[in-house]
Design a protein around this ligand. Structure first.
Ligand SMILES: C[S@@+](CC[C@H](N)C(=O)[O-])C[C@H]1O[C@@H](n2cnc3c(N)ncnc32)[C@H](O)[C@@H]1O
Length: 234
C-alpha cells in the first residue's frame, strides 16, 4: 500500500478538494439519516483529511490498514478515535450513524467475496436508520488498459514525480507506481505495487443489498466516480 510513501500522500493527492467532497457527502447523508445520532466512522480513512472536515458535523472515528498512514491521521486530528484494522474484519464495540468508505478504497478488496465481506462489516457497524456512503472505483467498461499516468509535486522543499502504466489481469488492475523523490535527503527512486479491482455496478448493489441495506445511487458522487448510499432500516 502506501507504507513507503505515506509522508508524501497529501502532497501527491493535493488536487483533491476534501472540504468540498465532505460537504457533498454530508449533504447527501442529511437527506437520509434517521438514526438520530452523529457518530461517523471513515473506513480506510487514510491521513484523515475527510475526517477533519467531517468533524464539523460529527463525532469522528476512523479505521485504516496502513499504520504509517494512520499515524498521519492521528497527528492531523488527535481528537478522533483511530483504529488499525482491515475493513473486512475490524470489530469496534460502538455502532455509528454514518459509515463512509471514500476515494475508491473499496477497490483494494480483491475478489468479490472481499467486497461482500467489507460491505457486510461496514453495515454491521451502522445504527438502525444509519447511512453507509461508498465511493466506488471505475467500473470495468470505464477502464482503459495500458493507461499511462503521470503526476508531479513541485514544492520548494519537495520535488516528486510519479509514473505508472496500468495493466489489467482479469478484473484486477495492476499498478506499479514509480516515484522519483527529491527532498532534503537527496534524490531517490522507489516503487510501490497496488492492485485495484474493477467491480461492476451490479456487484456493489448486490453487496449492499445482501448486507440488509436499501441502495440509493448517485452517478456523480463527490469526485465524479459515483456514490452509493446504503440505508439501514429502522
Ligand atoms: C486511496 S487511499 C484513500 C484514503 C482516504 N480515504 C482518502 O480519501 O484520502 C486508500 C486507503 O485504503 C487503505 N486500505 C487499503 N486496504 C485496506 C483494508 N483492507 N482495510 C482498511 N484500509 C485499507 C489504505 O491504507 C489507504 O489509506
Amino acid at each position: 500500500m502506501f507504507t513507503k510513501t505515506a509522508q508524501f500522500y497529501d502532497a501527491v493527492y493535493s488536487f483533491k478538494d476534501y472540504p468540498k467532497e465532505a460537504e457533498y457527502v454530508h449533504d447527501a447523508v442529511s437527506h437520509h439519516l434517521k438514526s438520530g445520532g452523529k457518530k461517523l466512522l471513515d473506513v480506510a480513512c487514510g491521513t484523515g483529511k475527510h475526517l477533519l472536515e467531517f468533524s464539523r458535523w460529527y463525532d469522528v472515528s476512523g479505521v485504516d490498514l496502513d499504520s504509517e498512514i494512520l499515524k498521519l491521521a492521528v497527528d492531523r486530528i488527535p481528537s478522533a478515535r483511530l483504529h488499525h484494522g482491515d475493513m473486512r474484519t475490524f470489530e469496534l464495540p460502538a455502532k455509528f450513524d454514518v459509515v463512509t468508505c471514500l476515494f475508491s478504497s473499496i477497490a483494494y478488496m480483491g475478489a468479490v467475496e472481499g467486497l461482500n465481506l467489507a460491505i457486510a462489516n461496514m453495515a454491521r457497524h451502522l445504527e438502525p436508520g444509519g447511512v453507509l456512503v461508498l465511493e466506488p472505483f471505475l467500473y470495468p467498461d470505464a477502464y482503459t488498459d495500458g493507461f499511462l499516468h503521470f503526476l508531479h509535486v513541485d514544492e520548494p522543499d519537495l520535488k516528486l514525480a510519479r509514473m505508472s502504466r496500468s495493466k489489467r489481469e482479469g478484473h484486477v488492475v495492476l499498478l506499479d507506481f514509480h516515484y522519483l523523490i527529491g527532498d532534503e535527503s537527496g534524490v531517490r527512486h522507489l516503487t510501490e505495487h497496488h492492485e485495484l479491482s474493477l467491480f461492476p455496478q451490479s456487484e456493489y448493489v448486490s453487496a449492499i443489498e445482501d448486507a440488509g441495506l436499501v441502495v440509493e445511487y448517485d452517478p456523480i458522487g463527490p469526485m465524479g466516480r459515483a456514490m452509493f448510499l446504503g440505508l439501514k432500516p429502522l
